[in-house]
Design a protein around this ligand. Structure first.
Ligand code: GDP
Length: 637
């Protein structure tokens, strides 16, 4: 059957396949096949019984290598690609999904496991590896603590105060560089603090699934109590199962109301001891250095209960918390080591960056020879800049490291190419209907907060439904009936929803970075704005004398007062109204423009001119002629 015929028949059978789609997945293909032929193609089993040759495919493969792998002429592979609507040359790369479809078309069975997929560089890999460590090899490690809370509640002041205690305690020379995390010693025990500037770094890391935090210090100002970001932190802690210690800050203020804070926290499920719960709350003044020691003790106490551990001799793994280009050292990244012990000259890879570790530095600017579990360390020697949330691991040789960083590069590129769908609003009704699904309530809040910036009088953003968790069939059905787009942030769609979305031609757009989502929504909004006419004035002249008047043509003499008069540009005729204000009374076209009786294209400021004009307005001496241009201008936010 021809593709066209298939499209028509599939449509008649109720499948709504986008006319632009050039490939569909196996599940949908099966459903269509079943609907059209009545046969159930779950017979992959029977197929498997036939001696279909099994192949294993990488994440990306060049057409040439692919043909070689299948032991087929490249022309045949290219022909099959074209038949599937994929125009790829012999040197181009195709992705795993495309290669699978083609291989199966050519009678191969594809081992579903992608070799060297992102599963080797993603967060899931880290979790898997950590879980795989032998219990008996595990040793206690310092807790990794994040200070979070509403803006202005005192996070920065508290992190500074904690740093200070370390100096007072006489630790090596104080913290000299902000590397995104630091370690302090309390009663001979270490605590690691994440010190990433701003909230965004956390959101970004969390958005990518990374979670290095063992303990959250939730800062709540006693004079302000629970606020939206406080709730966001509480929700995030719940979803990630991270214990919270509450720091009730600013108790030095006369307006401090500690019982109110505790009561409001209890309303959000954070039950402190006064409220019959187990959450530790410490009343502090970060500014006046009050009870900071007590807070630190409580962190140690809580860590003892939680028993954080890692294998210092195990596989080296860590998470990037910050990175930047250093003038002297090139790409550098602060990594919190989560397992194993990293040494200088180890070969590492983190996201798109790989290389041999040139130097390891702590927050005091000290060079280290090695860094073990929970140690934040500034690493130099990367080829490219890793991103916050990337997993760091070591490889045996540079080739392997390069290969993993290449995969990360390709994933990043394909994310850029494919994960940035264009959002389409309803231009007639000037509205953008959205259904939001996200991994955690915190992300939802952050997304909605970012939408607030898009508020305008012309185009409306309607969030018809929102929620935490996978995109489900209800979301798709709602999207279909309301012509909405489903925005899925760091969540998948379940397979039923995915199939339904394909049938109903509903878009599910996936994002993992909030600003990308925001950018797409912004562009969709801007595109719906009605463009405005923008008038650009080139200059003005005054009519000194009217020489000749007919019904439609006039010859005048005048002088350019400002700017210039251009022959090609239209003329606006301005005349003082009853209040002396210049008002436009009509327009004109220049048929002839002269300076010193010589025809010219433009006359500039200070010069006299003669002009033949086409207009219906009766011109008179004293009228102002404005030479201008009008452009369509896309409105911005
Ligand atoms: P962040 O936005 O959470 O990092 O808050 P900052 O640490 O920047 O603090 C916000 C404001 O609150 C600053 O003006 C601080 O000086 C002030 N502040 C922080 N902690 C205290 C405190 O314990 N007592 C008082 N009175 N003010 C504080």
């Amino acid at each position: 059957m021809s593709i066209k015929e298939l499209r028509t028949k599939a449509k008649d059978a109720g499948f709504d396949i986008s006319p632009r789609a050039n490939k569909i997945d196996n599940q949908l293909a099966n459903d269509i096949k079943q609907a059209l032929t009545g046969t159930n193609q779950e017979s992959t089993e029977t197929k498997a019984e036939q001696p279909a040759k099994a192949v294993q495919l990488p994440e990306f493969i060049k057409v040439r290598d692919f043909a070689e792998l299948l032991n087929l002429p490249a022309t045949e592979v290219i022909k099959t690609l074209i038949m599937n609507g994929v125009m790829a040359t012999i040197n181009e790369e195709i992705d795993f999904d495309t290669a699978t479809i083609i291989a199966e078309d050519l009678g191969f069975s594809v081992n579903q496991e992608k070799t060297q997929s992102n599963s080797q560089i993603g967060v899931g890999f880290l979790q898997e590896q950590l879980a795989a460590e032998e219990q008996s090899d595990l040793q206690p490690r310092p807790p990794i603590v994040a200070v979070m809370g509403h803006v202005d509640h005192g996070k920065t002041t508290l992190l500074d105060a904690i740093r200070e205690t370390n100096v007072v305690a006489g630790e090596s020379g104080g913290i000299t560089q902000h590397i995104g995390a630091y370690q302090i010693k309390v009663k001979d025990q270490l605590i690691t603090f994440l010190d990433t500037p701003g909230h965004e770094a956390f959101v970004e890391m969390r958005a990518r699934g990374a979670n290095v935090t063992d303990l959250i210090i939730l800062v709540v100002a006693a004079d302000d109590s629970v606020r939206p970001q406080t709730i966001e932190v509480i929700n995030r802690a719940k979803f990630t199962n991270t214990p919270i210690i509450v720091a009730i800050n600013k108790i030095d203020k006369p307006t401090a109301n500690i019982p109110k804070v505790k009561q409001e926290l209890s309303e959000h499920g954070i039950l402190t001891e006064d409220w019959g719960g187990k959450v530790i709350a410490v009343e502090i003044s970060a500014k006046q250095n009050q009870n900071i020691d007590k807070l630190l003790e409580m962190i140690l106490l809580q860590s003892e209960i939680e028993n954080f551990s890692a294998n210092p001799q195990g596989k080296i793994l860590g998470t990037v918390v910050e990175s930047h280009l250093s003038q002297g050292q090139g790409p550098v990244a602060t990594v919190i080591i989560q397992n194993g012990t990293l040494k200088t000259s180890d070969i590492v890879v983190a996201g798109i960056g790989h290389g041999r570790v040139k130097s390891l530095e702590d927050e005091h600017g000290n060079k280290l020879k090695s860094a073990g579990p929970s140690r934040p360390v500034l690493i130099s020697g990367f080829s490219d800049l890793p991103e916050a949330g990337d997993i760091l691991q070591t490889t045996e040789n540079l080739d392997q490291a390069r290969e993993l960083s290449l995969i990360a590069k390709k994933i990043k590129r394909s994310r850029r190419l494919t994960a940035r769908p264009k959002l389409q609003g309803d231009s007639d009704n000037k509205s953008l209907n959205l259904i939001l699904k996200a991994d955690v309530a915190g992300s939802l809040e952050a997304i909605k907060q970012s939408f607030a910036k898009l508020h305008n009088d012309e185009v409306q953003i309607n969030i018809l439904s929102e929620g935490v968790g996978e995109v489900n069939e209800n979301d798709v059905l709602l999207a279909e009936s309301t012509k909405a787009t489903v925005l899925a942030f760091s969540v998948k769609a379940n397979s039923k929803a995915e199939n339904l979305a394909k049938q109903k031609n509903v878009s599910i757009d996936h994002y993992t970075v909030i600003y990308e989502l925001l950018e797409n929504v912004t562009n969709a909004v801007i595109e719906m704005f009605t463009p405005e006419m923008e008038r650009v004035s080139f200059g003005r002249g005054e009519i000194l004398e009217v020489f000749m008047t007919t019904k439609t043509v006039m010859i005048i003499g005048g002088k350019v007062k400002t700017g210039e008069i251009r022959k090609k540009a239209p003329i606006a005729i301005l005349r003082p109204d009853s209040e002396g204000e210049l008002a436009e009374v009509g327009r004109a076209e220049i048929e002839e423009l002269q300076q010193n009786k010589v025809t010219t294209k433009e006359v500039s400021e200070g010069n006299e001119f003669g002009m033949k004009l086409k207009t219906k307005v009766r011109l008179q001496a004293g009228d102002i002629l404005e030479s201008f241009e009008e452009n369509l201008k896309q409105k911005t936010l």
